[in-house]
Ligand binder design. Structure first.
Ligand code: SF4
Length: 315
């Protein structure tokens, strides 16, 4: 007789509109131009997605210099520094930008502040491709990076009266509010977006985790270790009181011993994790427990982003 266990399934979870679009862009590029199509960086942060596109003929590279001139190249959903498409154009390459429109929106915001003569503070994680892409929209020194409230004290802007802030799209809503408050306290003249630049998908997935947290003993977030929004979901789970809040790439990574006597487990998935991995996790629980699944839906999403025109035109 298997023990009873309730799985609380967070909704929304998994793929967002930006990830959906980026995957569609690679698939459409493969059917338009044939294989191989080059992709600079992981198109989205998920090994399962990357492996399945690789099997269809996508070649993932780190730098544009790793691509031949005569094959199309796609830039990932996280965005790229301006120098990258400029170099692709200089080499007369066919290139398609899969940058999520919500990341492009932050790029435009940054450009606007720059044109207004403001230096920027970006709240984000050092080394994340989105941060490199956004900072790379402007000349070096125009965007200063902070990760935490403590970093704010060490900022030395050119002119404290001429500052704006922007944020990475996949941060913790609560932590970012703290950093924004610290920036406003130290630089009262700082301007920024009405809220922050955290995207709807990140916000909704975090809200869903907060809603299931009081019902569960443990939380599993399906996502990749380099996926910022997935890691934030783990942190949100811990902050909301889940003693066990783990990131798992797929079912085989579940630490069953750590779940112990847990009989109410929350499951969610980061914005780059496909639903098939959620199904796999549920099946793994069914192998060990008598499972009841309860959906906890805190929002509905119907956002869709168009693919770039070049893919909608005939060859
Ligand atoms: Fe776009 Fe947000 Fe998805 Fe990133 S997580 S691809 S910003 S919708």
């Amino acid at each position: 007789m298997k023990p009873a266990l309730t799985l609380y399934l967070a909704a929304p979870r998994g793929f967002c509109a930006g990830v959906d679009r980026a995957i569609k862009i690679v698939e459409m590029a493969l059917s338009k131009w044939g294989a191989p199509v080059y992709v600079r960086h992981e198109i989205v942060h998920n090994k399962f997605v990357v492996d399945s596109l690789r099997a269809k003929g996508a070649v993932f590279v780190e730098e544009l210099s790793d691509c031949p001139d005569d094959r199309p190249v796609i830039f990932s959903a996280h965005g790229v520094p301006k120098s990258v498409p400029a170099e692709a154009s200089r080499r007369n390459m066919i290139w398609v930008d899969a940058t999520c429109p919500l990341v492009s929106k932050v790029h435009i915001e940054a450009e606007r502040h720059f044109e207004d003569g403001l230096q920027m503070v970006m709240i984000g994680h050092a080394g994340h491709p989105e941060v490199l892409g956004t900072m790379g929209q402007l000349p070096a020194g125009e965007v200063l990076l902070v990760e935490t409230v403590a970093d704010v004290a060490h900022l030395s802007p050119r002119d404290p009266e001429r500052l704006a802030f922007i944020t990475q799209t996949t941060l913790s809503v609560d932590d970012t509010a703290g950093v924004v408050a610290a920036l406003k306290a130290r630089f009262p003249a700082i301007t920024g977006p009405a809220k922050e630049d955290i995207c709807y998908a990140t916000t909704n997935r975090q809200a869903a985790v907060k809603a299931i947290a009081p019902k569960i003993d443990a939380l599993l977030v399906i996502g990749a270790p380099n996926s910022s929004n997935s890691r934030r979901l783990v942190e949100v789970g811990s902050a909301a009181g889940c003693a066990v809040s783990h990131l798992v790439g797929r079912a085989s990574e579940i630490d069953w011993a750590a779940l112990g006597e847990a009989r109410a487990v929350g499951v969610t998935a980061g914005a780059s994790a496909p639903e098939v991995l959620v199904d796999e996790v549920i099946a793994a629980f069914r192998d060990r427990y008598e499972v009841t699944v309860e959906l906890v839906e805190t929002a509905r999403e119907d956002i869709e982003f168009k693919v770039p025109r070049i893919l909608r035109e005939p060859v």
